[in-house]
Design a protein around this ligand. Structure first.
Ligand code: CA
Length: 220
C-alpha cells in the first residue's frame, strides 16, 4: 500500500529527528530530566512538541489553554512559539509534576506567559467561561485523564473563537483504539472521543499520526 501513512521504524525515526528536530538546551534538558521520572511516558515526543509550536506560529495564537501539563514540556514548546504578550493557561492537578518544569520555563524566559492553575481542569475551564472567556482563546491542547475528554471538548469549544484549534493527544493510544479486545476504560473513552469528533460537524478535523496520535479539530 503506497498511498498511506508511512511506517516509522527506529532507523527512520532517528533520521527524522536528526533532520528536523530543533530543540533549545532548555527543552532538551527538561525532556531528559522528565525521562528519568516514573511517569516519563506521559511526556509528548519532541517532534510533536515542535509540530505544535509550528501550529502556534501558523495560527498566531495569543491565548492558549493546556489541559494536562505534567512536567511542562508541551507548555514550553507552545509558550516559546507565542508572542511575548501571549497567555498560556496550564491546567493540572499536580504541583509535584508541574514543579519540575517551572525552572525550565524560567530559563527559557517564558514563565510570564504561563498561567499555571492547580485544580481540576473542568473547574478551571468553568471559571474561565464564568469570567467571560468564551470565544476568546485561539487554541487548546487536551492531554489529561482520558475519561473526561468529552467534558474538556465541550468547554474548549465554548472557550475557542471561531477558527480556533483544539488538539487532542493520544488519539491512537499505542494502537489500542483499533483493538476490539482492549476494553480498558481509557481506550473506550478515546474511542468515544474519536467517534464524536469524526461525526461532529462543528469542527474540521485531521487525526495526525505523530507521537501517539494527535487529532486537530478547528472550530467552524
Ligand atoms: Ca499524552
Amino acid at each position: 500500500m503506497s498511498n498511506r501513512t508511512i511506517s516509522i521504524d527506529d532507523r527512520l525515526y532517528r533520521y527524522l529527528l536528526e533532520h528536523s528536530l530543533r530543540e533549545t538546551p532548555e527543552m532538551r534538558a527538561l525532556r531528559e530530566t522528565t525521562a528519568t521520572l516514573a511517569r516519563a511516558h506521559m511526556q509528548i515526543s519532541p517532534e510533536q512538541g515542535q509540530f505544535m509550536a509550528l501550529l502556534v506560529e501558523l495560527t498566531g495564537a495569543r491565548r492558549i489553554i493546556e489541559i494536562g501539563t505534567f512536567t511542562g514540556y508541551s507548555a514550553l514548546c507552545m509558550a516559546r512559539a507565542m508572542p511575548p504578550d501571549g497567555e498560556l493557561v496550564c491546567c493540572d492537578v499536580s504541583t509535584e509534576w508541574t514543579a519540575v518544569g517551572i525552572p525550565f520555563w524560567e530559563r527559557a524566559g517564558v514563565r510570564e506567559r504561563i498561567d499555571l492553575r492547580i485544580a481540576p481542569a473542568v473547574d478551571t475551564l468553568d471559571t474561565l467561561i464564568a469570567v467571560g472567556g468564551s470565544g476568546t482563546f485561539d487554541m487548546a491542547f487536551v492531554d489529561a485523564d482520558k475519561e473526561a475528554s468529552l467534558d474538556y471538548y465541550e468547554r474548549c469549544l465554548q472557550l475557542l473563537r471561531p477558527g480556533g484549534l483544539v488538539m487532542f493527544d493520544n488519539t491512537l493510544w499505542s494502537g489500542s483504539v483499533a483493538d476490539p479486545a482492549d476494553q480498558d476504560a481509557d481506550t473506550i473513552a478515546l474511542r468515544e472521543l474519536n467517534r464524536t469528533l469524526h461525526a461532529d460537524q462543528r469542527v474540521s478535523i485531521s487525526l495526525v499520526p505523530i507521537g501517539d496520535g494527535l487529532t486537530l479539530a478547528r472550530k467552524r
